[in-house]
Design a protein around this ligand. Structure first.
Ligand code: GLV
Length: 327
């Protein structure tokens, strides 16, 4: 195929090989640091399609400059870096890679929950700092999770996997809040739909799995943390801007909640002097939810197949804005 694809990072070979087999002309951005938006626009202008990811800023300015693109294939399940309304207006289909990373991301949410409950990252640091003293019968006590209540904010593909892990390991009671209740998920997990306020006040662990939208931005703010239990764990593996970082720091300092496990921050990368990194009951990871070989290989295949099937058959197996192909 004569089409020219701009590949904005080094994605796993699984998908790249599929594109090469179809004889697309691929241009790779080889550096570890993502392109600036100026560079992205400059390069995209001479290409037909984009294979990109969440570090690429594809906003209205980008679309003003690059309205010619046939397709944008995003290597991620989230697509808040892309102005979907502009893409749709221009008739540009946006592909994404759902479900490929659900197991991997749920593992990170589950792992962070246990790590926070037992202060694992903090205790690891005490050894590095030469502070492993004597066995202390009353020091550094964590909390147990058995029979606690898990509140899921956004019970979709990843939220369901997190809930299953918590149910199987700790027989946790599952509450959830979504835009619309899901009868299937309720049956699968014996989960109960509750209003947002009840999710806040009843959860022992509150785990965020929703998309970042204008409605969810900063929804976990001072007001929300004040309604949570002082013993509650807040886990966010979705997107950093869903929690208000200053309010989270304050909530932990004053004891409105017990602690937090974060795989996402705002901004990313987090600065090394961020107070959250020095709190006993906080564990932070550098946005690695989908970071397993299995997940990334599969994401690469899905992202490639979106491009291949679009050019061969006129449709994408996983599309964000299907309406552009319907008209
Ligand atoms: C990762 O954050 C993703 O959206 O795939």
């Amino acid at each position: 195929m004569e089409k020219k694809i701009l590949v904005t990072r080094r994605y796993p070979e699984t998908g790249i090989r599929l594109l090469e087999q179809e004889n697309f002309h691929l241009t790779f951005w080889e550096k570890e640091k993502p392109m600036t938006q100026d560079e992205l626009i400059k390069q995209a202008k001479t290409h037909d399609a984009l294979l990109c990811t969440l570090t690429d800023k594809i906003d209205s300015h980008f679309f003003n400059e690059c309205s010619h693109l046939d397709i944008i294939s995003q290597f991620a399940v989230g697509y808040d870096n892309i102005d979907i309304a502009s893409a749709t207006r221009l008739g540009i289909p946006i592909g994404f890679t759902p479900d490929a990373m659900s197991e991997a991301t749920a593992d990170i949410a589950f792992g962070l929950m246990i790590a926070v409950a037992r202060k694992m990252f903090f205790l690891h640091k005490t050894i590095i700092n030469g502070q492993w003293g004597y066995f202390n019968p009353t020091g550094n006590l964590g909390i147990e999770l058995k029979h606690k209540t898990l509140g899921i904010f956004g019970l979709g593909r990843i939220g369901i996997k997190m809930a299953q892990r918590c149910k199987n390991a700790y027989e946790m009671n599952i509450l959830y809040h979504n835009r619309t209740p899901s009868k299937t998920a309720e049956k699968l997990l014996d989960a109960t739909y509750v209003e947002f306020e009840d999710l806040l006040s009843q959860s022992d662990v509150l785990s965020v799995h929703c998309a970042l939208t204008p409605e969810t931005k900063d929804i976990f703010n001072q007001r929300a943390f004040k309604r949570m239990k002082p013993s509650a764990l807040f886990i966010n593996t979705a997107r950093g801007p869903i929690h208000h970082e200053k309010d989270l720091i304050c909530a932990i300092r004053v004891g409105d909640i017990w602690g937090a496990g974060l795989d996402v921050t705002n901004p990313e990368p987090m600065q090394p002097d961020n107070p959250l990194l020095f709190m006993e009951n906080v564990c932070v990871l550098p946005h690695v939810g989908s970071g397993t070989q299995e997940a990334r290989n599969q994401m690469s295949v899905l992202a490639a197949m979106n491009i291949i099937e679009f050019y061969k058959k006129g449709h994408l197996p996983h599309i964000v804005n299907p309406e552009v192909l319907e008209s």
